[in-house]
Design a protein around this ligand. Structure first.
Ligand code: CA
Length: 262
């Protein structure tokens, strides 16, 4: 199957040239001419690479980049205007993988897209694992364990939990969760979030009703509270604050029994 490129660019001449060149090089190309359409295509088409112009109608390239990065690690190459050096630095710091300054040559465009695809493929195997005193979540294999026991989550429940954990300690609104867990840029139906959170809490609670790490913040949304931070079991205190991206020794007794008396 051909790799799929999404090109979000409002300049018709550039968009046409990009799509011709990439198609000739064997890519499938999907085009979008403004930011909102671009995000919608991103959700619908699941591209392998995104080419992103920064000056776009309806939603500018920065906002599009931020939302894509919240959702996925797909390689993003910015199409930047000549002379705007600051854009490149800002773009890379926001998680873009590469940039191409307009006007660019056909051969360079093809070579850079191919390089991004190669880089992405070789980066895949290192799956990220999150672990705290209660939950172990593998972002790559999508396996979740609660207190060491595997738990079956639906894809949207998994994405909901992953979004909350990636932003542990921060409150996410229903809108933000809809966008991140349901791939819904139009954010229809915030009640879906409420019910999914209820189901997720039940699955994470291990029958221990108030053991849930997902807190509802009334009027604002939901947040993931790292269990070790909240409970501070004596055994864990000397480990210091839990680094949320750092896997801990799997054999740790985790101190849960200390705080399960309620
Ligand atoms: Ca533009």
């Amino acid at each position: 199957m051909n790799a799929r490129v999404l090109c979000i660019e409002d300049d018709q001449d550039i968009a046409l040239a990009v799509s011709m060149v990439l198609r000739r090089a064997g890519f499938d190309v999907v085009g979008a001419t403004d930011g909102k359409e671009g995000l919608r295509s991103f959700h619908d088409e699941r591209p392998d690479v995104v080419l992103l112009d920064l000056g776009l109608p309806t939603l500018d390239g920065w906002a599009v980049l931020e939302r894509i990065r919240d959702l996925s690690d797909v390689p993003v190459m910015l199409l930047t205007a000549h002379g705007l050096e600051a854009d490149k630095v800002r773009g890379l710091s926001m998680g873009a993988d590469d940039y191409l300054t307009k006007p660019f040559g056909n051969a360079e465009l093809v070579a850079r897209v191919q390089a991004l695809l190669r880089r992405n493929r070789s980066a895949r195997p290192e799956a990220e694992v999150y672990q705290d005193a209660l939950i172990e979540l593998n972002f790559g294999s999508r396996e979740v364990r609660v207190g060491g026991e595997p738990v079956a989550l639906t894809p949207s429940e998994f994405r909901l939990l992953a979004a909350l954990i990636r932003h542990a300690g921060q409150t996410l609104s229903a809108d933000q969760l809809l966008e991140q867990a349901w791939s819904d840029p139009l954010r229809i139906g915030p009640e879906r979030v409420k019910f999914a959170v209820m189901r997720l809490r039940r699955k994470l609670s291990q029958g221990d009703g108030d053991g849930t790490p997902i807190e509802a913040i009334r009027g604002f949304g939901y947040r993931y509270v790292v269990p070790a931070d909240r409970r501070q079991p004596p055994d864990d205190r000397r480990l210091g604050p839990v680094d949320r991206r750092q896997p801990r020794a799997a054999s740790s007794p985790s101190g849960r029994s200390e705080s399960d008396r309620s």
